[in-house]
Design a binder for this molecule. Structure first.
Ligand SMILES: [Zn+2]
Length: 187
């Protein structure tokens, strides 16, 4: 499957009209190159190691209450929260733990790219850059009772760098605030 993709600096998607209320922010837990249609936009690296933005799912498919017709296609990025909601993700963090981000760690450049994508989407769909409307999967998991590092739990993006301290709910809230403040700088 080939998806539309752009170098980060040239990313100028033709975004359709419609209702989007929320944006959820993820990492993929795979390598830097594999992209996934569970998200609408993926921040990845190309074969030259340059940052690209890949449109892996049509945003129109989530401009509805997806749970009214769950057999129709949509991007299933965040449990129970996919209606009128975009999912964006940075590729990487395969094999990561809170104290060791593994062979594909988050980098400042990738995080900045993710925040730029979030800022452009928030502006296009008039989504407020606050903790109610733009949150990480880790924050959603915290609210919905599945935050953590077990296989059925989620902690993306509760840390921007590895830390030997045990993972705590406050990490998710702090990382979410840090990401939103970076998103505001691109707004
Ligand atoms: Zn996620």
């Amino acid at each position: 499957m080939t998806y539309p993709s752009w170098k980060l600096r040239e990313w100028a998607p033709d975004l359709p009209e419609g209702r989007i209320d929320n944006i959820y922010i993820h990492w993929s837990a795979h390598d830097y190159r594999a992209v996934f249609p569970a998200y609408h936009f993926c921040v990845a690296l190309d074969d030259d190691g340059e940052i690209i933005v890949v449109n892996t799912h049509d945003v129109r498919e989530n401009m509805r209450n997806v749970y009214e017709a769950p057999d129709e296609p949509y991007a299933a990025h965040t449990r129970k929260r996919n209606s009128f909601a975009l999912g964006i993700s940075v590729m990487g963090m395969q094999g990561s733990k809170p104290d060791d981000f593994g062979p594909y760690p988050l980098t400042p450049e990738l995080i900045d790219a993710l925040c730029l994508v979030a800022a452009k989407l928030a502006s296009r769909y008039r989504v407020s850059v606050d903790a109610e409307h733009i949150m990480t999967h880790a924050e959603a998991a915290l609210h919905d009772g599945y935050f953590g590092t077990e296989p059925q739990q989620r902690w993306d993006i509760a840390r921007l760098q590895p830390d030997p301290r045990p993972l705590a709910p406050q990490d998710a809230l702090d990382a979410g605030e840090e990401l939103r403040s970076r998103i505001r700088r691109f707004s």
